[in-house]
Design a protein around this ligand. Structure first.
Ligand SMILES: Nc1ncnc2c1ncn2[C@@H]1O[C@H](COP(=O)(O)OP(=O)(O)O)[C@@H](O)[C@H]1O
Ligand SMILES: [Mg+2]
Length: 495
């Protein structure tokens, strides 16, 4: 901080218990040796604010003329209060959820549908120099598309942010943009198929959490392949770290993956009768969260959406029924659906085989152990099924006519959640996110970033508070470093 800038009339930011930061005005120049600044706060109060120059000074406010700038890097002073203030002004006064910070697009979750994603907006961004346009998710998509065409180079868009901040919605808008600008002139269904992968992945990989009714419980990287003329010719998707703990357990107000509720809701449909399903409230794996339905969500209609998306992707109704048979209540139905002999299934759910030297012992398990074995089986079956569907979708999305000239990759990272007690799963997610971020920084400096943020708390309608943006290369060092968590003495291989 330059001490000379602390003159009468300058504005500074001071910590505030409610607003996080509050603006204040200097009533006197800061003189050498001063231990206080004389400030006037927003409510008119005059205070002596203790300081210890040269470093212990409050951050300076930006000139008024820069208020609401659409690129944070244009600010004279770039620090936390300046960033938050500028985002807040843009959001509240300009109704603008997007702001640039250099090559990063900052997106604030509006938590309400906005009329800014229509065809006419796509047209307005398409083919334009993005430097002249207001920040938008479409400007990022356009930048990636243009650079790919101009330089014949692969591009990537990394969408980061905590759970519920708007990553998946942003990823879908980029895909919609590419489908619109990369749609070939002749009738083709490739774009349609790429877009149809979204409802399917959401049905099997998204669940209601306390923060987000449609929270993705996996990380997804989709590469959209373009042909010589910049038209979409195929896609390939990779997923990672599917969360399986919610398959067998849900905390209050959470749900299992949507697909289970969709199937239960559709149980009376003639073709679904064979599954012998009951209401979601009747199953242990779908009822632990308490509330089986989400206000504003119609599981029956969503089942239709999932099924027609599967049809678009060429998964016939026979195969659809095959994959819907993975979950059921009673052992008889369960075994029949899985095609396993019932007695065998009962036996191995309650016993385990131990190898002691050359001998094999069969030992009964306690009720708790058997419960854990059942849960482990359910998680494993679900994981296999998820993998099968992703492979099936990739077959349907593969480019047919030619190999893609270049690709644009869209990474919808696995959004971090912070619980009172964070499990090993959370640790793995955050670690994977940090590594991915690092990888993209190193390998692909051409990558474009979208940082999604939600004002916290998102649900309670309170005033916008501090935004949670996580950024920590030090955490990788903490985990991997010479004395890091993963190499600490005693922790080996499979631990
Ligand atoms: N651009 C947007 N416009 C309107 N609503 C949005 C937008 N982005 C996010 N939302 C709302 O926030 C919810 C959570 O967003 P989502 O993308 O699923 O979060 P994430 O993938 O980061 O966990 C969405 O279901 C939607 O209601
Ligand atoms: Mg998501």
């Amino acid at each position: 901080m330059t001490v000379e800038l602390y003159t009468k009339g300058a504005s500074v930011w001071v910590p505030d218990p409610e607003a996080v930061w509050a603006s204040a005005c200097l009533l006197q120049d800061l003189r050498p040796g001063d231990g206080h600044l004389l400030l006037r706060l927003g409510d008119g109060r005059e205070v002596q604010y203790p300081v210890s120059p040269p470093s212990g000074l409050p951050p300076l406010g930006n000139p008024d003329i820069l208020e609401g700038e659409n690129d944070l890097t244009a600010l004279s002073f770039l620090h936390e209060p300046a960033v938050l203030h500028n985002l807040r002004v843009r959001f509240l006064d300009y109704s603008s959820i997007y702001t640039y910070c250099g090559i990063v697009l900052v997106a604030i979750n509006p938590y309400e549908p906005l009329p800014i994603y229509g065809e006419e907006v796509i047209d307005a961004y398409s083919g334009q120099d993005t430097a002249d346009l207001e920040p938008h998710i479409f400007s990022v998509a356009e930048e990636a598309y243009r650079t790919m065409i101009r330089e014949q180079k692969n591009q990537s868009i990394i969408i980061s942010g905590e759970s519920g901040s708007g990553k998946t919605v942003s990823a879908k808008f980029t895909m919609r943009y590419f489908a619109a600008v990369g749609g070939a002139s002749q009738q083709t269904s490739v774009e349609e198929r790429v877009l149809a992968s979204n409802p399917i992945m959401e049905a099997i990989g998204n669940a209601k959490t306390t923060r987000n009714d449609n929270s993705s419980r996996f990380g997804k990287y989709i590469e959209i392949g373009f042909g010589r003329h910049g038209d979409i010719i195929g896609a390939n998707m990779r997923t990672y770290l599917l969360e399986k703990s919610r398959v067998v357990f849900q905390a209050p107000e959470e749900r299992n993956y949507h697909i289970f509720y969709q199937l239960c809701a559709g149980r009376e449909l003639p073709e679904m009768r064979a599954l012998k399903l009951d209401a979601a409230e009747q199953f242990r794996y779908t009822s632990q969260g308490g509330e089986a339905s989400i206000p504003g969500t119609d599981d029956t209609a969503d089942l239709e959406r999932t099924r027609s998306a599967l049809t678009v992707l060429g998964v016939g109704s026979d195969q659809q029924m095959e994959l819907f048979t993975a979950e059921d209540r009673s052992l008889a139905v369960f075994s029949k659906l899985l095609g396993v002999e019932r007695a065998q299934m009962a036996h191995w759910l309650c016993h385990r085989r131990l190898a002691v030297g050359a001998e094999l012992l069969v030992k009964p398990m306690s009720g708790r152990q058997a419960g854990e074995a059942r849960d482990a089986l359910a998680k494993s079956v679900y994981g296999q099924l998820f993998g099968w569907i992703v492979r099936r979708l990739n077959t349907a999305l593969r480019a047919q006519r030619e190999r893609p000239r270049s690709v644009i990759g869209v990474l919808d990272i696995y959004g971090f959640e912070t619980f009172d007690r964070n499990s090993f799963e959370q640790f793995c997610i955050n670690y994977a996110n940090e590594k991915l971020q690092q990888q993209f920084n190193l390998v692909s400096p051409m990558g474009l970033f979208v940082a999604c943020i939600s004002w916290s708390p998102p649900r309670e309608g309170g005033p916008p508070g501090a935004a949670a943006v996580q950024c920590s290369s030090w955490s990788i060092a903490l985990i991997e470093g010479p004395l890091g968590l993963l190499v600490c003495p005693g922790v080996q291989g499979e631990d």
